[in-house]
Design a protein around this ligand. Structure first.
Ligand SMILES: Nc1nc2c(c(=O)[nH]1)N[C@H]1C(S)=C(S)[C@@H](COP(=O)(O)O)O[C@H]1N2
Ligand SMILES: [Mo]
Length: 196
């Protein structure tokens, strides 16, 4: 297992970002409840500034090369939970499979509940950004985004779309659900970038 719990060292000595408190459990936070889906119809789509649009069903996605990482998780509302063990496919693997074109600079994640969130492409290519389908060695619980979610340990957790079913590569910056509603586009917890 890889440890990516040392990201904070880029910003100082404190593992717990400023203004956060540590919780031992893993709370659930969703804008509008847990959406329903079926394994038969679920698909994960990749489109936009790519050489070839791609679509994966669940079995195809789980057959991709995966990694297991221990990560910390920071919600912008103030709680942090340490040492979450996620298994999934690195963002960079998906970018390689689709063949990102030269004009791609930004990414929009799409989810089954209508949620969206955006990040610069360079921020998505960091080691800790995964499309995760297991938590602690078990299938990712649906309230936490199962069957598939994004995790972004270098950002507040609203950058990690639960129930993710699409990733769109963009040649220009666009804003996601919370980013359009006043939350920070950059969302660095150690710089307390909570509001835009
Ligand atoms: N699709 C979707 N993804 C989402 C959200 C959401 O409402 N819908 N909430 C975000 C927020 S604000 C946080 S803190 C985390 C919460 O993840 P958890 O419920 O697994 O703790 O998911 C993020 N991803
Ligand atoms: Mo959050």
């Amino acid at each position: 297992m890889d440890d990516v719990t040392d990201i904070y060292r880029e910003y100082g000595d404190e593992r717990l970002p400023p203004g956060q408190h540590q919780t031992d459990d893993f709370p659930v936070l969703s804008k509008s409840g847990t959406p329903s889906w079926t394994a038969e119809t679920w698909s994960f789509d990749v489109w936009g500034a790519v050489e070839e649009d791609r679509s994966f069903d669940l079995d195809e996605f789980r057959a991709l090369p995966s990694t297991t990482q221990r990560q910390d998780f920071h919600c912008v509302t103030g709680w942090s939970t340490f040492d979450c063990e996620f298994t999934g496919v690195p963002f960079s693997t998906i970018a390689e499979r689709a063949g990102v074109t030269d004009d791609a600079v930004h990414v929009m994640f799409h989810a089954l509940d209508g949620y969206t969130t955006d990040l610069p492409l360079s921020e998505c290519l960091r080691e800790g950004v995964l499309f995760a389908y297991e938590l602690g060695g078990d299938p990712l619980p649906e309230p936490h985004g199962g069957p598939l979610r994004v995790v972004t340990p270098h950002k507040y957790a609203y950058k990690g779309a639960k129930w993710v079913d699409g990733v769109e590569f963009l040649s220009e910056t666009e804003r996601g659900y919370w980013e359009r509603r006043g939350y920070s586009a950059s969302a660095n917890p150690w710089n307390e970038e909570r509001y835009g």
